[in-house]
Design a protein around this ligand. Structure first.
Ligand SMILES: C[S@@+](CC[C@H](N)C(=O)[O-])C[C@H]1O[C@@H](n2cnc3c(N)ncnc32)[C@H](O)[C@@H]1O
Length: 317
């Protein structure tokens, strides 16, 4: 499907006001939207600051980025990159520190999901692709048709939190090769007993697991968060919106580690470590979308926002 054939709709940015508030926007600083997508959050930052500042947008998806370029028309410096390469993006932009803040609104956009050719959807038939960056070699098709039964079961269990992972992996191996999303979704459905407590599509968790593996989403997230914290200037904010518990746990954990001011054993009387607190965690509990937004935009239902502020570097204790 080419771009002009795609359904026309707006990707509704999730928790827009909450994200802007937590970024603590103020003029004259450098702001990075690490998942620029269709520019909902990025455009709002630029608008609220009347363009006073520098703006960088990053996205791993070239197709998304070329649409964004038309919309943003020179108001932000856009980069086709993985956010885990944030330090090299900054270098290319001629910057050394992020003085304002970083925003990341993780996952796939509605448009990526709705385009059957991208292979993210278990509701529309398309190739088993699921790559966010279409220049990368690994696709969902390669994983499904070449990983061992054990590897598939592990991925589906860990990344999909799917209790029927072993049965699904066994049936995949017995029935492969698979080429399209619906044939895989049907097979998964045949392995999972319907539950009155879970109304989600039976293939939801398996597709989530494959998507995470194809795009190394958790590995990239960890490295992005660590590098992002380093690159923030004191007072700079880090705001992250996640959509499932695996991502939220990583953000919570890495923010917590960055906030620690000492990692010496608890009984040691004098601190001998060099660990100093880098981040003030602003959201002890994640912020969630209000009911009005959840009713208007189902994507907001599982969204969790966490924010931290970079601290001035501290001397040894
Ligand atoms: C939920 S959408 C962001 C939507 C955006 N906030 C808006 O309002 O339009 C997530 C975007 O992040 C991008 N993305 C996912 N993983 C990425 C990564 N590792 N590096 C850069 N971009 C990534 C996806 O391609 C997608 O466009």
């Amino acid at each position: 499907m080419n771009e002009s054939e795609l359904p026309v709709f707006n990707h509704v940015p999730v928790m827009l006001d909450e994200a802007m508030e937590q970024l603590n926007l103020h003029p004259g600083k450098l702001w990075v939207d690490a998942t620029a997508g269709y520019g909902g959050h990025l455009q709002e930052m630029i608008k609220r600051l009347n363009g006073d500042g520098k703006f960088i947008g990053i996205d791993r998806d070239n197709q998304t980025l070329s649409l964004l370029k038309e919309k943003i028309s020179g108001k932000a410096n856009l980069f086709h990159a993985n956010y885990s390469d944030i330090e090299s993006v900054l270098e290319q932009a001629g910057e050394t520190q992020i003085t304002g803040g970083i925003l990341a609104d993780l996952g796939v956009s509605s448009r990526q999901l709705d385009d059957a050719d991208r292979g993210f959807s278990f509701l529309r038939d398309g190739p088993l692709d699921m790559r966010m960056d279409q220049t990368q070699a690994l696709t969902a098709e390669k994983i499904v048709n070449s990983y061992s039964e054990k590897e598939l079961a592990e991925i589906i269990f860990i990344y999909g939190e799917e209790r029927h992972s072993r049965r699904i992996a066994k049936r995949i191996v017995e029935n492969r090769p698979f080429k399209n999303t619906l044939e895989l979704a049907d097979l998964v459905r045949s392995c999972v007993r319907p539950s009155k407590f879970d109304e989600s599509h039976p293939a939801t968790r398996t597709f989530q697991a494959l998507r995470i593996e194809v795009n190394d989403e958790l590995g990239n997230l960890k490295s992005f968060l660590r590098k992002g914290i380093e690159l923030l200037a004191p007072g700079g904010r880090f705001v992250v919106i996640t959509f499932h518990s695996l991502e939220d746990r990583i953000v919570k954990q890495i923010f917590k580690e960055a906030a620690l001011n000492c990692i010496c054993p608890p009984r040691q009387p004098i601190c001998t470590c060099t660990k100093r607190s880098q981040l003030l965690v602003i959201t002890r509990k994640p912020i969630v979308a209000d009911i009005k937004e959840v009713l208007a935009n189902p994507r907001a239902r599982s969204a969790k926002l966490r924010a931290g502020e970079k601290l001035v570097s501290q001397e040894n204790h």
